[in-house]
Ligand binder design. Structure first.
Ligand code: MV4
Length: 582
């Protein structure tokens, strides 16, 4: 087994991996950005090292910084969690070149699956069918016309190097082709640096069903059942369940076998997820995610297997230790994601800030995974997942009742959360009766009755005075915890400075001050003006890709663009200035 594992991640998944390592007696190394100096994963790890920086690019995505910590800490394995470097073949190679184990699949498998066309070919090769589509790149509008003539409308145009729905556009008919291609290319370029596209027939009401697979380096590969992740909005999953309910067991078994065939076909090892769309009794291969997924605990609950422990063992060269026949699914599990977003009116607006109170649910069949404690800050710079509730029940109805009970016990104050939306879903007859699909939250679920979350104070004014104070100090980029006894009058905030950025945007209306800012963190995908241009209030200055949507950032007044601060591809934070109009 490993001597020391570095976790190249933050939040609940870093905590999840640290816990698994501790149970196996493996010392852990956390890494942290400036904003995460005092984060839970840092507090729980055996040692912690600074990466510097605030944005992901400056910290958790800084290859050199992470390689430097690997070297300094003497870690002999790296767990990437999900997101960040988890599906980055170059990072996996860079780690391996240093004689350190990347806890994940071989870089070659990451590469095959990262390119969606080669991923489709990999499945075709082993006889697993995807949605009818092309394995050739789209060269222009005529390709889309020809494809539709054969397969019918609508057509899905997808980024060849994309994923997660980014760079995917649905074309309902011939008039929409040009705009869809342009928008898909722009999104793909902004996100993935490449704009190649391919096509598929677009399924109108599919369910998203995925299969958890696991392979070791000794030729064993198994499937650990299915998960249904159809309850999502803008490709952001809200609720997942295992196994996928209401599907003929023979179909689920066939899906499992197809997933294993795909994994074997690309020389896979470690944990992976093969995604399918399911519609009218048939399933179609979509893509493979070459990482541990957010929703892995739903599978853990019904299989009784610790997937992170298995990842560590398999990466260390141990065989899986069980066969497909020995995998048994028991009961039903539901995972509810709790994000710091205000779902009022169905808007799901990000709600970063300090968590002033956090009481997590407990009890039989109830698990809560989080990367935060009360007093911690949900930063606008990272994923705003506050935590995940995972419940198990002997059947789906029992699990739903348990999830509702547990959500009732959960108390989060200081930030708005998706809990009201989660409850509305769990209570909805469509969800209970399995009448939902991947479109359901956006098209059918009515959240207009949800009131905006009350504004709660996020300052430390209500922190009770303490006499002993634990303080974390950084020495040569390494974090240490010290305890101090201080007069009651010393505010805790003195030891925990935090960034405060204005959360103010300008999108439309007139009579502004001409300082055009963005309302939220995102990527500039298009700039429509140049310095010196004359604009009117309401004109689009640039397009911001944020919350998986393109948002027009508009002039707040009439005038001339005297300063332009952004270019396509730039990352911006809430409140950042993009242009000045005078
Ligand atoms: C599709 C589709 C319908 N037809 N492809 C979105 C994310 C990416 N992984 C693939 N996605 C989809 N591809 C065809 N040919 C519908 C989706 C889709 C979706 C898929 C899984 C989970 C949620 C989804 C939400 C909207 C659209």
């Amino acid at each position: 087994m490993f001597d020391k594992v570095l976790i190249a991640n933050r939040g609940e998944i870093a905590v999840r991996v640290i816990r698994a390592c501790r149970e196996l007696g493996i010392p852990t190394v956390a890494v942290y950005s400036e904003l995460d100096r005092d984060a839970l994963h840092v507090r729980l790890a055996d040692e912690a090292h600074a990466l510097g920086g605030r944005t992901a690019a400056e910290s958790y995505l800084d290859t050199e910084a992470i390689l430097g910590v690997i070297e300094r800490s003497g870690a002999d394995a790296v767990h990437p969690g999900y997101g960040f470097f988890s599906e980055n073949a170059d990072f996996a190679r860079a780690v391996a070149e240093r004689g350190v184990t990347f806890i994940g699949p071989p870089p070659e498998a990451i590469e095959i699956m990262g390119d969606k066309i080669s991923a489709r070919r990999a499945a075709e090769k082993v006889g697993v069918a995807g949605v009818p589509g092309t394995t050739e790149l789209v060269t222009g509008a005529h390709d889309v016309e020809a494809f539709a003539a054969e397969h019918g409308w609508p057509v899905a145009v997808k980024a060849a190097y994309g994923g997660g729905g980014r760079g995917m556009k649905v074309v309902a008919g011939p008039d929409e082709i040009v705009e869809a291609l342009e928008s898909a290319r722009r999104e793909a370029l902004a996100y993935f640096g490449r704009d190649e596209l391919y096509m598929e027939r677009y399924l109108e009401r599919p369910r998203h069903v995925e299969v958890q697979v696991f392979a070791d380096a000794h030729g064993h590969c198994v499937h650990l059942g299915t998960r249904d992740c159809s309850v999502q909005r803008r490709h952001q999953k809200l609720i997942e369940e295992a196994p996928a309910p209401g599907i003929d067991p023979a179909v689920l078994t066939a899906m499992g076998e197809a997933a294993v065939a795909v994994a074997r076909g690309c020389g896979y090892t470690n944990a992976g997820t093969v995604e399918f769309l399911y519609e009218d009794g048939a399933f179609y291969y979509l893509e493979m995610n070459t990482r541990l997924q957010v929703e892995h605990p739903a599978t853990e609950a019904v299989t009784g297997l610790d997937l992170v422990e298995l990842q560590l063992r398999v990466a260390a060269g141990e065989p899986l230790g069980f066969t497909q026949d020995e995998v048994e699914l028991r009961g039903h599990a539901i995972e509810v994601r709790i994000n710091a977003e205000d779902p009022a009116g169905g808007a799901f607006l990000p709600s970063p800030g300090r968590i002033t109170r956090l009481h997590t649910p407990d009890g039989f069949g109830t698990r809560f995974d989080t990367g935060y404690d009360a007093g911690d800050e949900i930063s606008q710079f990272y994923d705003n997942l506050v935590g995940k509730l995972i419940v198990w029940g002997r059947d789906r109805d029992t699990a739903i009742a348990r999830a509702r009970r547990a959500l009732g016990e959960l108390k989060v104050e200081g930030v708005a959360t998706t809990v009201p939306a989660d409850l509305a879903i769990l209570d909805h007859p469509d969800f209970r009766g399995l009448a939902h699909s991947t479109k359901w939250v956006e098209q059918t679920l009515d959240l207009s009755g949800l009131e905006p979350a009350p504004v709660t104070s996020t300052d430390d004014g209500d922190t009770p005075p303490r006499v002993r104070r634990d303080l974390d100090v950084e020495v040569n980029g390494r974090r240490f915890s010290v305890s101090m006894w201080v007069p009651e009058s010393v505010p805790a905030a003195a030891a925990a400075p935090r960034a405060a950025r204005p959360r103010r945007g300008s999108s439309g209306g007139g009579g502004g001050d001409g300082r055009v800012t963005v309302p939220m963190q995102g990527t500039i995908v298009k700039v429509l003006v140049a310095e010196g241009d004359t604009v009117s209030a309401g004109d689009t200055i640039c397009v911001l890709e944020a919350m998986k949507m393109e948002n027009a950032i508009t002039a707040d007044t009439d005038g001339t663009v005297s300063e332009l601060r952004v270019a396509p591809g730039d990352s911006v934070g809430a409140g950042d200035l993009v242009a000045v109009i005078s």
